[in-house]
Design a protein around this ligand. Structure first.
Ligand code: HEM
Length: 589
């Protein structure tokens, strides 16, 4: 606000100065010509010319002084023409390079990615200013060239510009699509899919592929039901979309350049992917509409049913057209699948590398469910150590290390005293915050040590639900992740079940501490290498649900285990779901 006032005052001053000087110059010129004619005194001519020149100089200087350089922009490394600061990021993953740069230039740092001005925020206080104090000023998002295609021009939730439309779709997400009740209604799907994954484990398994398949199958069934053709094509095209949406594409670095757009071809590829995905969705939606017309009731609504019902009921400020429905479904896959699978991969890898933590977590799960013989989702909240482990995984490995970009939507906003002009992209480096020694003084901050969150330790009470700005795996504020309960459910049940039923050994490594933890570049930052493990059966496996065979994935199986004696999962429990829904998730304005 102060900044806007300053800018307005500057403009007003400049306006008056320009007018005054122009007027004086005109007057002087007129007087000069008049006087020249009347008196023809050369000394007067020089005087008037001198005054005119000085006025012009003052005008130019004042213009210079009041140009954008007068803003107090955040510091940053030197820039090159055309590529801006990109050369400072070469050779490292962006969140790592930005952390190193921030150590030199401070917690609010200015970069130019190609031609895009970008502010990177790397301290708890600065993150609080962006996501809480000035939340509305930073509540919109830049729309990349590929996301523009996938979101049908921002008709989804994640990339809709801040405003009434976004408020409406966000409310639908929070109250209908991703509410605690809805997440709970998908519990049988999760239990069947986890049972299928456990039973598909062979003598050796790539656990990263297995959990990725698990999460996409669970999400697919929750969104569009059990059986439909083209499922494999759909998942392949989604994968392609995720690949295209990740990374720095030429048109996003030089948005004003038509050449960059033409050279890259990424938009054309994105359109092809989108058309295939949307074509398949059209088929599924048509079937549902026909079913609804024929009067057949919907038993057990999936998310497509929910969206079509909301559309039918009407009464919305913005009618829910099909292009919006498809963009929202696309969003749920893009925002929901990879994030959960990435978290699961890191959680398992960290436990395997840290035998003491693995032993504690395993003992806790086995003790809690020994008498049932199966992990019950309703009781997962009681697993104290495993929940600390989840927090520690999010601290070290937030799946979206730079959160999701925000953009300054006000003429100028201040962060820690620096001016951030309108249109600047803002990145919060959640990965750097999770490893900053100022906030994590105990033990080694690079080490996986869930005990740091225990009562009496420095990080006791630090949580990931958007109130502690040093731990931001789900972001914070108005644009915070509305799918947190869904995501946590996708992580907790499989993780506890893997520990309950199996002991795990790393293949080909004498010391599990040597497990490769290199990060890969992508829309989420997952482990680069496979997670090849040998499962050793400890407890009989749950059976597959007889009411409808879940989808079995064979990609992860290297050699199948002989089927263990069936043990039915109890899915009839009425226990309340443990995961809270944050009031903060609801758009509040
Ligand atoms: C471990 C799992 C997950 C993580 C770590 C995660 C993380 C995030 C983050 C960091 C943001 C940006 C928040 C911000 O800008 O402040 C976000 C936004 C979002 N997430 Fe998630 N997410 C997860 C699971 C899910 C799931 C399962 C869904 C849906 C099924 C989902 C849907 C969304 C949507 C729609 C947004 C955009 C919200 C908006 O812009 O208003 N997420 N998520």
């Amino acid at each position: 606000m102060v900044c806007v006032l300053k800018a307005t005052t500057h403009m007003a001053t400049l306006f008056f100065q320009v007018h005054n000087y122009t007027a004086s110059a005109n007057t002087l010129a007129a007087q000069a010509s008049c006087t020249t004619q009347k008196m023809a005194d050369p000394s007067h001519t020089y005087l008037y010319l001198g005054v005119a020149l000085v006025s012009l100089l003052i005008l130019l200087l004042s213009k210079r002084r009041r140009s954008p350089e007068a803003l107090r922009l955040p510091p940053g490394p030197w820039q090159l023409p055309v590529i801006g600061s990109l050369h400072h990021l070469a050779g490292q993953l962006p969140h790592r390079a930005m952390r190193d740069l921030a150590r030199r230039y401070g917690p609010v740092m200015m970069l130019r990615l190609g031609e895009v001005p970008t502010v990177v925020v790397s301290s708890r206080d600065a993150a609080r200013e962006v996501m809480k104090t000035h939340d509305t000023a930073f509540a919109t998002r830049p729309l990349s060239s590929t996301m523009r295609v996938f979101s049908n021009g921002g008709r989804d939730i994640a990339f809709a510009p801040y405003g009434d439309y976004w408020r409406q779709v966000r409310r639908i997400a929070v109250t209908e699509l991703l509410s605690a009740r809805r997440v709970l209604s998908f519990r049988p799907i999760r239990e069947e899919e986890v049972a299928a994954m456990l039973r598909a484990a062979g003598l050796a398994v790539d656990l990263q592929s297995a959990v990725s398949a698990l999460v996409s199958d669970t999400t697919t069934r929750a969104v569009m039901g059990d059986r439909w053709k083209d499922r494999d094509v759909f998942l392949r095209e989604l994968d392609c979309s995720l690949r295209l949406a990740a990374g720095f594409n030429l048109p996003d670095l030089w948005p004003s350049s038509r050449l960059a757009g033409r050279l890259s071809g990424v938009v054309r590829e994105a359109e092809k992917c989108r058309d295939k995905v949307f074509g398949i969705l059209d088929g599924i939606i048509d079937q549902r509409l026909q079913k609804a017309e024929s009067g057949a009731g919907v038993d057990g609504e999936d998310l497509i049913d929910v969206l079509l019902r909301i559309r039918r009921e009407g009464g919305l400020q913005f009618p829910l057209y099909m292009d919006a429905i498809k963009a929202i479904i696309f969003d749920i896959f893009i925002a929901g699948s990879d994030t959960s699978a990435t978290t699961l991969g890191w959680a398992i890898a960290e436990l395997i590398r840290n035998p003491k933590a693995l032993q504690k977590a395993t003992a806790e799960v086995r003790h809690a469910f020994a008498s049932d013989g199966v992990v019950s989702e309703a009781a997962l909240g009681e697993l104290h150590y495993l929940n600390l482990g989840n927090r520690e995984t999010f601290r070290l490995h937030p799946p979206a290390p730079l959160v999701v970009p925000r953009e300054c939507r006000e003429p100028c906003q201040q962060v820690l005293g620096y001016d951030v002009p309108q249109g600047t992209q803002v990145l919060v480096n959640a990965w750097a915050l999770g490893r900053d020694k100022r906030y994590w003084p105990d033990h080694s901050r690079e080490e996986f040590w869930p005990e740091r969150f225990n009562d009496g330790e420095a990080a006791a009470g630090v949580d990931f639900r958007g109130v502690n700005f040093e731990l931001l795996p789900f972001g914070a504020g108005r644009r915070m992740c509305p799918g947190m309960a869904f995501g946590l459910a996708n992580v907790q049940l499989p993780l506890a079940s893997l520990l309950f039923h199996f002991d795990w050994e790393v293949l080909g490594l004498a010391d599990p501490a040597d497990l490769d933890m290199t990060e890969a570049f992508g829309i989420t930052v997952r482990r680069k290498s496979d997670l090849l493990l040998r499962p050793i059966l400890h407890m009989l496996l749950p059976s597959l649900d007889s009411s409808g065979p879940p989808i079995l994935h064979t990609a992860a199986i290297l050699a199948p285990l002989p089927l263990a004696t069936a043990h039915r999962a109890d899915t009839s429990s009425d226990d309340p779901y443990e995961i809270d829904v944050l009031p903060m998730c609801v758009a509040s304005d």
